[in-house]
Design a protein around this ligand. Sequence first.
Ligand code: CA
Length: 517
Amino acid sequence: MTIPVKPPAETPRYIRLNAADNVAIIVNAFGMPTGTTFPDGLTLREYVPQGHKVSLTDIAQDQPIIRYGEVIGYALEALPVGSWVEESRVRMPEPPSLEGLDLATRTPPTMPPLEGFTFEGFRNKDGSVGTKNILAISTSVQCVAGTLEIALKRIKDELLPKYPNVDDVVALTHVYGCGVAISAPKSEIPIRTLQNLAKHPNYGGEVMIISLGCEKLRPERLLPNGTDSAQTDIMSLQDETLTSFGAMIELIMQMADDRLKILNARKRETCPASELVVGMQCGGSDAFSGVTANPALGFASDLLVRAGATVMFSEVTEVRDAIHLLTPRAANEQVARDLIREIKWYDDYLDQGGVDRSANTTPGNKKGGLNNIVEKALGSSAKSGSAAISGVLSPGERVREKGLIFAATPASDFVCGTLQLASGMNVHIFTTGRGTPYGLSSVPVIKVATRNELAQRWADLIDVNAGTIATGDATIEDVGWEVFRLILDVASGKKKTCTDKWGLYNALALFNPAPIT
Ligand code: CA
């Protein structure tokens, strides 16, 4: 962090979120130098970087540091008013116990319905609605990935131009399928993820599976339940009738061509906003995430829930330390218990690896002002807005109900995105403070910046700037409505997200907590 030589000319600004807070974060880009006096008289004892915390009162050693009205740590040394509450001066608290939590004790009342909002989507036979029209080629094992890559290039070059209503062709490749303990209890996660990915709403029910032939994950398991189309929908590279590599490529192209013809006939139709399944995520968070972008997403989430849609929030390690704030919001005791079950599963998973939830924070998070996972989690869970939590999904399960859903996933961006895809999200919203050029090909990804500086520097990568909330140029409600309207427009194909304009797409990443053999 470089200390500016001369103080910036703009008015010094800080944000205190809750009347109980004894710290606030510095708004001004590049921070403020020693001696800066704020309009209310607070004077900095030392340089405090942007997004980092300043003590608003004298905090004695061992006394709690309070942000969001919650204890985010304890002072390791005295922090007189105006001090930089820097990471090395803060001791992290223990996570809330999973015993004795309040279960559905403060379920928020149903919010007034929001009617009349629609989007233009692709309605599928199974009732789901797509927001893109994509041919997805599933794979049952990583051994086929190289072959499929060659076929995919030819499909895109030679076939896709003939079918203008089809947006893209994607290969659902991964590193699973063989060399794995296929019947280990935890293997159900990667397997159901692949099963549910194959029937994603944006793929129009057109299934096509490339298999090797000898792998542990039998390709039939990737066919949707109740379908008996192994003869036509699965091709095996070891098929004895394929007498050359060229023949394999030709067969893949033929199968793709048959499906592209069908997909090309798909038409958008007007659908109620209740058909949206929105997956929310953050990545490269900073101290503004919980002040600007995530609360704006929370407001948008409430609007979506009021419109009857499904909204998923995820990232277990980033809600772990806010669990005591979430279980009271469950729609009923069972939902609260399901929430605790998923958190407990993840605590055990981390414990087996010899770490805890504090392994989540990155050097970038800390540079952005987040002292620890407690502070990060309180900001991350702001995405969940204020609605009742109406359901919980284990990793990779398909959504079953409308409303606000906790879909348990790791916080790792691509793993979370892949699991939310498997759950059936048709629009993804991603908030970032440090900045990450994240994109997925299968759904539109709306990127929201937490700070003006990032939104300006990455104007061609960021769709919404929530930094205006920190500078007082917009309210949480303003940005929340902007996000809500943009969701409807991108779901309709009327507006393209930055990642879609660039064709900026990252590979999927399966979550496999089971042993590899
Ligand atoms: Ca993430």
